[in-house]
Design a protein around this ligand. Sequence first.
Ligand SMILES: CC(C)(COP(=O)(O)OP(=O)(O)OC[C@H]1O[C@@H](n2cnc3c(N)ncnc32)[C@H](O)[C@@H]1OP(=O)(O)O)[C@@H](O)C(=O)NCCC(=O)NCCS
Length: 147
Amino acid sequence: MEIREINSGKADFMEILLIGDEDEAMVNKYLELSMLFALYDNSILTSICAVMEIDSQTVEIKNLATYPQYRNQGYASALLNFVFDRYKENYKTVILGTGENEKTLRFYKKRGFVEFDRVKNFFVDNYDRPIFEDGKQLKDMIYLKKL
Ligand SMILES: CC(C)(COP(=O)(O)OP(=O)(O)OC[C@H]1O[C@@H](n2cnc3c(N)ncnc32)[C@H](O)[C@@H]1OP(=O)(O)O)[C@@H](O)C(=O)NCCC(=O)NCCS
């Protein structure tokens, strides 16, 4: 397993980024401003993570995704651990925003994140069409943090 930092050609990763965030216009807003980490196993790309600096104390995970056929093998957890290690010396907090999806919230909470904020109707107000996950329309944005 190898995690590579991607500094150029970030748009080449659009296919996997769209798994974590299905709105390409949204992805394009943060992609160039983000640090991109790609996880390869036997030279095969399995997972991606985009991280953006918010302020001198905070970084935000903007995108985390694993291709469906490579899930449940610890790749996203390995990327999260890599990101914590990488930023823990220079930043206080890692935050991320996600839709109200039980599976996703459970995934992050099990890995040490706690809820600290909620933006009502974020997905209704900021996306040009309704976003559904597991058959449920996403409305509020839930913010999680890990100190
Ligand atoms: C969430 C996701 C990144 C996990 O990737 P992964 O490489 O399978 O993660 P790991 O193998 O480290 O961990 C597997 C965990 O993910 C959970 N999981 C599986 N499918 C999931 C899904 N569609 N959504 C959320 N969590 C999921 C598993 O239940 C497992 O949880 P557990 O270990 O706590 O029991 C991956 O399922 C994914 O890309 N989902 C779609 C995009 C997404 O929802 N991204 C998160 C919001 S940005």
